[in-house]
Design a protein around this ligand. Sequence first.
Ligand code: ATP
Ligand code: MG
Length: 218
Amino acid sequence: MQPLITFEGIEGCGKTTQMKMAREVLRNHHLPHLLTEEPGGSPLGRRIRQILLRRSPEEICPEAEILLFCAARAQHVRETILPALRRGEWVLCDRFSDASFAYQGFGRGLDLDGIRQIDAFASPLRPALTFLFDLPVETGLQRALDRISRAGGEAPEDRFENEALAFHRRIRKGYLTLARENPERFRIIDATRDIFTIHKDVSVQLAAFIKGQIHALP
Ligand SMILES: Nc1ncnc2c1ncn2[C@@H]1O[C@H](COP(=O)(O)OP(=O)(O)OP(=O)(O)O)[C@@H](O)[C@H]1O
Ligand SMILES: [Mg+2]
């Protein structure tokens, strides 16, 4: 099976922008690929996404939150990601399991072993490569909120953006902890730079990874 590559980081760090630009590297190598996102990636996932990301007067407790994210992941993996990998496509995914550890674990304070069990039940997949876009939370949140206000619309997806700064700082630290614990898989990218400099950095790292994968073939 081809690899699953994930794009992670706090709100507004540039995941979606960079994932779309990274597609060019796969095209240049003539590699079939699929771009997808969490929560979402399937009709059920997109319905769960609305519950999770739109602001609503009803509370979602952290335990329900992790279960909803993992329910969306279970469907996404079976309906979209695994079939694509089996067709021989490379899959680029905007957020995946690491987000559950960063947000519900480090951010909300849920037990990390509990999350590991729920995530393992939801998905047998592990990313082969993960880009972590790191930047101060104030910068990321400003970018995300600017993007949301430019987009307009009736129900903005800003439930997480409206959380306290301390929550986002715990998530940033959490992601960096995950990256330190899994150095072979993570590439930490300085996301304070301009879009094209970051893209160049991602392209070099991705091309090196592709070269390694192709050489590893029997
Ligand atoms: N390096 C950058 N410098 C300045 N602005 C950027 C940079 N990268 C992305 N942006 C802009 O910041 C906003 C957020 O970027 P993007 O949507 O890619 O982030 P994200 O990590 O996907 O956010 P979210 O977590 O909300 O999905 C967009 O308007 C984008 O154009
Ligand atoms: Mg995004």
